[in-house]
Design a protein around this ligand. Structure first.
Ligand code: DSN
Length: 493
């Protein structure tokens, strides 16, 4: 829906006043603790835990105090269904202001013609995108066939006809074991029930996306939607080629850039590797490499805008005004030149981590990285992903297990560990630190072996770490973390 432009502020953040932030949190915890001490205690513990571990979960980050503080406000208390200037409740002027600011920042940051900032998560953003594409591709022509000008004119029989046309649509996306995401048409997610899905994988030898194979599958399968994007593929994607393929088969190109939005915002992924100019619709989350609050955004070409803006109430509950406001703050931060340095550092650090692992004999899917993540095959250490994840956690290193292509251990135990650098980069880690992290990871995995299973043979879950290795690694991790404190100067009292 067209909306009035408001002037957004892009001033550099004032030098963070740690005393002001400390006072804000000390007072907030006093207020919370007076009502429910358990929650105040958990908030304190979470900061202590995050400060004390090497966080390598590729989808996590540390939002700024400004982003976090924005969420603890009365913007949360307002219902604001509808769009800017067109709400189903009275008194939404301040929500209009923050939503307009977030949308304007998103459009400017990503050079996108349209931005819809209401989705509560990545799944929600993809659901909005799916319905917008179905609406645009199917509903409009169907309405014309049915002699209706808009959906309000449809009879019950017309709706039935429309539902049949909307059913069993085809989507082609990256397979899960190649790094694709559940919301790209897989059964455990509603997208797998909405769409007849087929997948493209990666090359058996190189592990890289094989565009000729994507093209062949697209021509054979004729998807309505070609989906590009991933949550565990360690390389960049050429979106110019993906758009060419989509055009050849008449598909809509949907790019889910949730993982690498920070690299697009920070101008690391430019030209053919920036999805926004090529995709009809681009979705993202705001809390991963983009370093904002937990939430989603949909960007799209103008012809999809009206359908995208129907996200609430079509599939979304009431917009979260406090989170939308925090998105505006985070997007303003991402428009600063310092964010481009941050994004470049994320990839430099990922390369240093990959090189550090490779030089110590580890095997990486695709042999390296050109984004924010590294996928380590722990089969070469004789471990499952589950054992490796647990042994690393015991040693103060937080990761998550992940399938690798054609994984012999399936999606529960897995054979991989996914490692990402956005969070440690926010703490100020550099390439030398990431090399040290690689040394610690290889040290722990080399000292870990599967325990015997009660039924005989090796367990896929239980493991044994050689004496003293976990505690020594913990101490080494603490030394690294102390050099790069999280929220320096923030004292909860
Ligand atoms: N859960 C996110 C991740 O870890 O990649 C994706 O939704």
């Amino acid at each position: 829906m067209a909306s009035q432009h408001v002037e957004t502020q892009t001033k550099p953040p004032a030098s963070v006043d740690a005393d002001a932030v400390s006072a804000a949190y000390q007072n907030a915890l006093r207020v919370i603790g007076a009502v429910e001490p358990t929650v105040a205690g958990a908030i304190r513990s979470e900061l202590a835990d995050q400060r004390a571990s090497l966080k390598l979960i590729a989808s996590e980050n540390y939002a700024s105090p400004a982003v976090l503080l924005t969420m603890g406000t009365w913007l949360s208390d307002k219902y604001a269904e509808g769009t800017i200037g067109h709400r189903f409740y009275a008194g939404c002027q301040n929500i209009d202001t923050v939503e307009q600011a977030a949308a304007d920042h998103a459009k400017a940051l990503f050079s996108s013609p349209h931005a819809y900032v209401q989705p509560h998560s990545g799944i929600d953003a993809n659901l909005v995108a799916f319905w917008a594409i179905l609406t645009h591709r199917i509903e409009a022509p169907a309405l014309a066939d049915l002699g209706a000008r808009n959906v309000d004119e449809l009879s019950a029989d017309d709706w039935e006809t429309l539902r049949q046309r909307l059913g069993n649509q085809r989507a082609l996306g990256m397979s899960l074991d190649a790094g694709g995401h559940l919301t790209h048409g897989f059964r455990p997610n509603i997208s797998g029930k909405m769409f007849h899905q087929a997948s493209y994988g990666t090359d058996r030898d190189t592990g890289l996306l094989d565009y000729a194979d994507v093209r062949a599958r697209a021509h054979e399968f004729r998807p309505l939607i070609l989906i590009a994007g991933y949550s565990a593929y360690p390389r960049k994607i050429n979106f110019a080629i993906m758009r060419e393929i989509a055009d050849e088969v008449g598909a809509t190109l949907l790019v889910d850039m949730a993982h690498f939005a920070g690299l697009v915002a920070g101008k690391v992924f430019i030209g053919d590797f920036d999805p926004v100019p090529f995709a009809h619709v681009t979705t993202t989350t705001t809390h991963k490499s983009l370093r904002g609050p937990r939430g989603g955004v949909v960007l799209c070409q103008p012809e999809y805008a009206e359908a995208v803006d129907r996200g609430c109430p079509l599939v979304l509950g009431g917009p979260l005004g406090h989170v939308i406001a925090a998105k505006a703050v985070a997007l303003a931060e991402a428009r600063q030149p310092s964010f481009q340095r941050y994004a470049r550092q994320i990839t430099d650090n990922a390369v240093a981590l990959a090189d550090g692992l490779l030089s110590r004999g580890a095997r990486l899917v695709t042999g390296g990285t050109d984004n924010h993540l590294v996928l380590l095959d722990v089969g070469t250490f004789g471990l499952t992903g589950r054992q490796a994840e647990s042994a690393l956690l015991d040693s103060g290193i937080v990761t998550n297990r992940n399938s690798i292509p054609r994984d012999p251990n399936g999606p529960w135990y897995t054979s991989g560990i996914r490692l990402g650098t956005p969070a440690l980069t926010t703490r100020g880690f550099g390439p030398g630190d990431l090399d040290r992290v690689a040394e610690l990871i290889v040290g722990v995995l080399s000292a870990t072996s599967p325990a015997a299973a009660p039924s005989g043979g090796a367990s896929k879950a239980k493991y044994v770490i050689a004496d003293g290795v976990a505690s020594k690694t913990h101490a080494a991790a603490e030394e690294l973390l102390a050099r790069h404190p999280l929220y320096p100067g923030l004292d909860l009292g």
